[in-house]
Unconditional design. Structure first.
Length: 472
């Protein structure tokens, strides 16, 4: 591969997308060299940013890049947290930002067709205006639909409604050779050959460029209610979660949070959490079709929490109260990002969450670091932050690099090994990208990784698509 894009190649690219949609120079390309991973040292400058407007333009661009062995890094909203859209080898960053149309909301089939560059917030709005509902809610609503597919994004609602994979019914994919594949369709079932569509979901842009997505939709939910439940200690809080599920209550989400990041987030966005008592809080979000069903679910969930030692149960049952609670939960990473080295997204079986978080606390104490941890308790997805700061008197205080740099890798490794021992994986929703690549072999054996490499070679024999991600 070569990242060299000479005048002739650039002229060919500009002939496809127009001169204004192909640009270079640090002043214009800087923002296209990184994602939301907190350590900007992983950023790389692309040689050229190209912004196609149609699938045919994407195909023409990839034919040019493939013919000349130029690396191509697809880019959506760049909300990723593991360097997945960093142009590691330079070359072309292929931004989908101009492909931003929701093409159809089909109420009869409960399907929507969207281009890859549509932001989640805009997609959800279009779907709701069409009288339907798209349940997945990954954390950042500025994420683009193609990127959500590329990472199989999850979010807090996965316990009841599943990840993006559960909603994709069809894809339009442009291969590195410039072939346009239309996979799946407005179908609820298919047993027709290998399912290439599901192979593409979660492949992080290494097999081709997703340009359109067909997504299954649901009927609008009736009511939503949030319960904030403080516990004095971690274990009873987390032990409550499998008990709730075993007793037949399937919440929209159950999040566990520590009081320290809640306090910092309150100050960051100037909103108030319902209570400060206790050290560990559960945020239980319920949805129901009627007031009667909602009251029944709320009472049953609250009773289980009290049974396990909850200090109290606070109900956010008005839209404004719910918005405040959900805003704080969704902005925790923003509030502590400046002190974060990396946010992990380990996934373990639900019943192993408490044990894994105990391990986090033991590692934090042994290394003398602050490792704030929260996550999706009901689906086993745990977000531990490796920090370059400490928590002190309600504030985040930076610590010198000499105190954290050498500790970050062994901490990460210990937590990944604990995850493996519990039957987990190192990423539940963020993907592997660049940052987690060195650790993939901790949880997947070499034969699995070699099969993945073989699939990559079939789709991308010249290795131009998002090189250096997931595995070498």
């Amino acid at each position: 591969m070569t990242s060299k894009i000479g005048p002739d190649i650039r002229a060919s690219i500009e002939a496809v997308v127009g001169a204004g949609n192909a640009f270079s120079g640090t002043d214009k390309t800087f923002d296209y060299g990184h994602d939301e991973f907190s350590m900007k040292e992983i950023a790389r400058e692309p040689d050229l940013v190209v912004r196609p407007g149609t699938t045919d333009e994407v195909a023409a661009l990839l034919k040019i890049a493939n013919a000349h062995g130029i690396p191509v890094t697809p880019r959506g909203g760049a909300t990723g947290l593991c360097g997945g859209c960093v142009p590691l080898c330079g070359g072309i960053v292929l931004s989908l930002e101009r492909m931003d149309r929701v093409l159809e909301v089909d109420a009869d089939n409960q399907m929507a067709v969207t281009e890859a560059g549509v932001r989640l917030s805009d997609f959800a709005k279009a779907v709701e205006e069409g009288g339907l509902y798209f349940p997945p809610h990954p954390g950042d609503e500025s994420a683009m639909m193609g990127g959500l597919v590329a990472t199989n994004a999850g979010g807090s609602r996965a316990v009841k409604y599943g990840t993006i994979r559960n909603y994709v019914r069809g894809l339009e994919l442009v291969t590195p050779a410039g072939d346009i594949l239309r996979l799946g369709g407005k179908l609820e079932k298919s047993s027709t050959g290998y399912n290439l569509m599901h192979l593409v979901i979660g492949s992080e842009g290494t097999l081709g460029v997703v340009t359109k997505v067909i997504l299954h939709l649901k009927a609008k939910p009736g009511l939503m209610r949030s319960l904030v439940v403080p516990f004095e200690e971690l274990e009873p809080a987390l032990e409550t979660v499998p008990l709730i599920m075993k007793r037949g209550i399937v919440p929209l989400a159950i999040e566990f949070l520590e009081i320290e990041p809640i306090t910092l987030t309150e100050a960051h966005i100037h909103k108030k959490w319902p209570t400060k008592v206790g050290k560990t809080h559960l945020l239980i979000i319920l949805d129901a079709a009627s007031e009667e069903e909602m009251d029944r679910l709320s009472e049953a969930a609250a009773a289980i929490c009290v049974e396990k030692g909850a200090i109290d149960v606070f109900i956010a049952d008005t839209p404004s109260k719910q918005d405040e609670v959900l805003a704080i939960r969704s902005k925790i990473y923003d509030a502590i990002k400046s002190g974060t080295v990396e946010i992990l997204d380990i996934a373990v079986p639900r019943a192993e969450v408490a044990g894994h978080v105990r391990k986090v606390r033991e590692v934090a104490a042994r290394y003398g670091v602050w490792l704030p941890t929260f996550g999706h308790a009901a689906d086993g997805n745990v977000h531990t932050h490796i920090m370059k700061a400490r928590y002190e008197a309600g504030a985040m205080v930076p610590v010198p690099e000499s105190e954290w740099r050498a500790k970050a890798d062994p901490i990460r490794t210990e937590l990944f090994l604990d995850c493996k021992a519990r039957g987990g994986v190192i990423s539940g929703e963020h993907g592997i990208g660049l940052v987690k690549k060195p650790y993939l072999s901790l949880v997947l054996d070499e034969r699995q990784i070699e099969l993945m490499r073989g699939i990559k070679r079939v789709f991308d024999p010249k290795g131009i698509m998002n090189p250096g991600k997931i595995f070498d």
